[in-house]
Design a protein around this ligand. Structure first.
Ligand SMILES: [Zn+2]
Ligand SMILES: [Zn+2]
Length: 434
């Protein structure tokens, strides 16, 4: 191979000395032609890649390129002279189909195309072309959103091939420009599969552009009921949602709200007086939640007890992990229904377990009732709470029975002789009798 190429080079150099207008000279030498899989080029052995130029050299035609027209009815071959790339030859011929396998909705088809060129440089070119699958004939459409409405799955059934067809796409937040200035927000899912229709989920919240128009601020939408579970999109019209507006959901009936990781600011009283609001599901990490700028009284008079983050759950609204504190002497009961009883059992799933800055331990039941523990001792009343092994301490998710007597102390209901125990009878802790 090296020898052959060298010959061409030497011969071309010699021809390069020929004067303008010299006749084309044929040569047995030809450049090697690499043949891609599925393609072949037949050039006659005598066809000279190198031939005398009408100018000062013999053309050395490079490997031709072949291009089919979009409808595969024509083929154009092009070759460029390796000595002077302004020397280009091209030829277009009609293509013929030598064989064809039509595509179906389950399999690709193919066809073999042949193009015969007059110029020996190009020869006869053949190529196998894959024919893309044709669309399914779909029926029985079914569209389902995932829980946080970030994805939508479309399913259908093909009457031709009997296959089930499924596609899941990531939905995008979009605004309804016609509802300006406050734009109604929704999620839109657009599918690639031919036959699946775009799906839209109305979020029933509104949004507006920030002052610099590079992000969205969301809020509740006037005249629309904010759903108990409210989803805030991470982007609207391809701009990130970075802020929940001041008083955005003030006094709304939301119970659970999905806040995307794109949110970095929660305005003053954004969720104030959402008395049913229990859970915030945050798309980012605990650290990111802690870094969110939170306005004054943003969660005032809510019942938030859980901030669910991508890497775990926080039990304090400002992003600080709950901590047990020690030395709690009594229990306070705050709900009215217990006031009429002198001795009671109450059972529930432990929710929030946190300590406040005064050192009080606060247990909140998942049903929203609250029990404030100011102190707790081990079952045999010999250990302070701080000395109870961690495995025996009540934790979130435990089913606990609170048993005891209640007494009034000043105007505060207090509990004496209470125990927190799991349903299987394991006593998690007890209070000393006064
Ligand atoms: Zn040339
Ligand atoms: Zn099909």
């Amino acid at each position: 191979m090296k020898k052959k190429l060298l010959m061409v080079a030497l011969m071309s150099a010699a021809m390069g000395l020929a004067s303008c207008g010299q006749q084309a000279a044929s040569s047995d030498s030809h450049a090697s032609v690499s043949e891609p899989v599925g393609q072949s080029v037949e050039s006659k052995e005598s066809s000279a890649i190198a031939e005398a130029s009408s100018e000062a050299h013999v053309h050395l035609w490079g490997v031709p390129t072949y291009t089919w027209s979009e409808d595969y009815t024509e083929c154009t071959a092009t070759a460029v002279c390796e000595h002077d790339d302004s020397h280009v030859i091209t030829e277009t011929v009609a293509a013929t189909i030598s064989s064809q396998q039509p595509a179906s909705c389950s399999e690709e088809g193919s066809m073999s195309l042949v193009a015969k060129f007059d110029n020996d440089v190009f020869g006869t070119y053949t190529e196998d072309i894959a024919l893309p699958k044709v669309p399914h004939t779909l029926t029985d459409f079914d569209y389902k959103w995932n829980y946080d409405h970030t994805k939508c799955t479309a399913k259908a059934y093909c009457t031709t091939c009997d296959d089930g067809v499924e596609e899941t796409v990531t939905a995008k937040g979009v605004s309804d420009a016609s509802s300006a200035p406050l734009k109604a927000l929704s999620m839109r899912a657009s599918f690639q599969t031919v036959g699946f229709a775009d799906q839209t989920f109305d979020l029933n919240i509104g949004g507006y552009l920030s002052d610099d128009e590079d992000s969205y601020i969301v809020c509740s939408y006037p005249d629309k009921l904010v759903p108990p579970t409210t989803f805030i999109p991470s982007s609207v019209d391809d701009l990130p949602v970075t802020e929940i507006a001041m008083s955005a959901f003030d006094q709304k009936g939301v119970i659970e709200v999905f806040v995307p990781a794109s949110v970095t600011t929660i305005g003053d009283e954004a969720f104030a007086y959402c008395e049913h609001l229990e859970t915030i599901v945050f798309g980012g990490t605990k650290a990111q939640w802690g870094a969110v700028t939170k306005g004054n009284r943003w969660s005032y008079a809510t019942n938030i007890w859980e901030i669910s983050c991508s890497d775990g759950i926080l039990y304090t609204e400002d992003g600080i992990e709950a901590n047990w504190t020690t030395d709690f002497p009594t229990i306070n009961i705050g709900t009215d229904e217990w006031q009429v009883q002198n001795e009671y059992y109450v059972m529930g799933i432990l929710g929030e377990i946190e300590s406040d800055k005064y050192g009080n331990c606060h247990l909140r039941m998942r049903d929203g009732s609250s029990i404030y523990l100011y102190g707790i001792r081990s079952a045999d009343d010999t250990l302070l709470y701080q000395n109870i092994p961690d495995s025996q301490k009540p934790k979130k998710g435990d089913v606990a029975v609170f048993y005891g007597k209640i007494v009034y102390y000043n105007t505060t209901l207090q509990m004496t002789n209470a125990r927190v125990m799991q349903l299987n009878g394991t006593v998690l802790g007890t209070l000393p009798q006064e």
